[in-house]
Design a protein around this ligand. Structure first.
Ligand SMILES: Cc1cc2nc3c(=O)[nH]c(=O)nc-3n(C[C@H](O)[C@H](O)[C@H](O)COP(=O)(O)OP(=O)(O)OC[C@H]3O[C@@H](n4cnc5c(N)ncnc54)[C@H](O)[C@@H]3O)c2cc1C
Length: 454
């Protein structure tokens, strides 16, 4: 990295960060002009290589409230603006160490990718349930929830979090766990981006067998709404080792809808895997199917040399969480798919062990939702209207797949009591709203009064 001594907006770069900043034109800077989806042109990228440097970077950013501040770990965010135009980006992608200790305790830096975590844990026959894409960063996913391939058996990623180290808005390093700074620990597990830069995550990993079952089924249902209802019931009644995702796009006029199902069965015995998949075989005619036994790490595999990110423009996505794929929800989704716009609709299963934790155990508050529905793309008036018609049928929202912002969206992202508590905690931990790139939660002006109301 160049050794920079020149200033950002007239403010000298602190000496400790002189070798950690990238300005437009610097070698290395172009890497921060594309995330997985978004294009950007930050005014300055600060890329700390130690926790002390993250603290320095946060103090520096606090002097520049008039420009956007992005926090970047893996760069796969839809909701947050981890990259921005003309602002500051604190990129913690270099903090990517993964250390296994004490049997199943794993310390992970925010810049590690979930594919790397899966690979590092595989020799120990351990895993941490995370998303379904190996390139996603630990920092963004583990501060939101983490709905992954073992969700129904192992719960959310945040359910395996035992402690975090956070650089808060005043630049201090704070340790938070179930014993220490418990309110911050509560907030980080669902709304982490509002409370600081998480510089280290301590997880308790869960066992995983050498291979798990992985099925890819291409359904061609006559009646999409009826199929979605049946899929929902089948997943809800399946053994908790079974977690599945549907992916579907509007079909071309005259062509049948093809619904792609990806199902993981967290079980080492191939006969048991086939047994548990049987109810899915009967749901609709299939154009294609395959079932394999694969190492979990292979499901999150990344290309050699890492994933290149070329995102440009501004992604559009919406999300909703529902308890059941009821007739009403399934009909609304079928209507959405009948539009002629281009988008991908995914339905991931949550449920099972996700509901083993009380609703108020973490800032993520939708424990009883069995399905995460997300739409990526669209953007036409017709699709937006059909999505808006669906929104009242949702019980909650998962902010990782939502690109709309504003108070009404925030009100859907958290149950009302959770949001009140988050606003009170924001007033304690980030009273001036430094961390605001991802669903900014306005600090409540009188936190003591609010906490008393809870
Ligand atoms: C292809 C793809 C598949 C996905 N699949 C799943 C899935 O199966 N399950 C699931 O739950 N999610 C999934 N996601 C959503 C993903 O979890 C979020 O987009 C997540 O925010 C990405 O994290 P990141 O670190 O890569 O992103 P970044 O763009 O680096 O960060 C996103 C936001 O997270 C916050 N953030 C980042 N790092 C930190 C930090 N260290 N401390 C505090 N806040 C931070 C910031 O506000 C930032 O704007 C998927 C996303 C993609 C693109």
């Amino acid at each position: 990295m160049p050794d920079h001594l020149y200033p950002f907006r007239g403010d000298p770069i602190p000496g400790a960060l002189a070798r950690r900043v990238l300005f437009p034109g610097d070698p290395g800077y172009p890497r921060y002009t594309s995330g997985y989806f978004r294009g950007a042109r930050p005014g300055v990228v600060v890329r700390p290589e130690s926790i002390a440097e993250v603290q320095e970077a946060v103090r520096f950013a606090a002097r520049h409230r008039d420009v956007p501040l992005g926090l970047l770990s893996g760069g796969h965010g839809l909701s947050g603006r981890s990259l921005n135009d003309d602002g500051i980006v604190i990129a913690v992608d270099a903090l990517n160490e993964i250390t296994v200790s004490d049997g199943n305790r794993v310390r992970v830096g925010p810049g590690a990718r979930w594919g790397e975590v899966a690979k590092a844990l595989a020799p120990h026959r351990l895993a941490i349930t995370a998303g379904d894409h190996g390139g996603v960063g630990v920092g963004g996913l583990a501060t939101t929830a983490g709905i992954g391939w073992f969700a129904r058996r192992r719960g959310l990623t945040i359910d395996h979090l035992r402690s975090v180290d956070v650089v808060t808005a005043d630049g201090e390093l704070v340790h938070a766990s179930a014993e220490e700074n418990t309110d911050l620990f509560w907030a980080v597990r669902g709304a982490g981006a509002n409370f600081g830069v998480v510089v280290s995550f301590e997880f308790e990993a869960h066992p995983v067998s050498e291979r798990v079952g992985f099925a890819m089924l291409a359904y061609v249902p006559d009646d999409v709404a009826a199929f979605l209802r049946a899929w929902g019931t089948t997943i809800e009644n399946a053994d908790p080792t079974v977690t599945g995702t549907l992916m579907v796009s509007p079909s071309r006029p005259g062509s049948p809808a093809v619904v792609q199902a990806l199902i993981v069965v967290d079980e080492h015995d191939p006969d048991t895997v086939v047994d548990r998949l049987q109810p899915f075989a009967a749901l609709a005619p299939m154009a294609d199917q395959s079932v394999r036994m694969v190492p979990y790490a292979a499901l999150l595999d990344l290309p050699a040399g890492g994933e290149q990110q070329h995102g440009q423009g501004e992604p559009r996505g919406h999300a909703g969480l529902v308890r059941h794929l009821s007739t009403d929800v399934a009909r609304g989704l079928a209507d959405l798919l009948a539009s002629r716009s281009s988008f991908i609709l995914s339905i991931r299963s949550a449920g099972g062990a996700v509901a083993d934790h009380p609703t108020d155990s973490a800032a993520y508050g939708w424990r009883d939702a069995n399905f995460l529905i997300a739409m990526l793309g669209g953007g036409t008036g017709e699709v937006e209207q059909r999505w808006a018609d669906l929104v009242p049928r949702f019980e909650g929202m998962y902010l990782s797949f939502e690109t709309d912002t504003g108070p009404d969206v925030l009100a859907r992202a958290f149950p009302a009591g959770h949001l009140r508590r988050l606003r009170a905690l924001k007033a304690t931990w980030d009273p001036t709203g430094l961390f605001r790139d991802n669903f900014f939660i306005a600090p409540d002006s009188d936190p003591a009064e609010l906490v008393a109301q809870l």
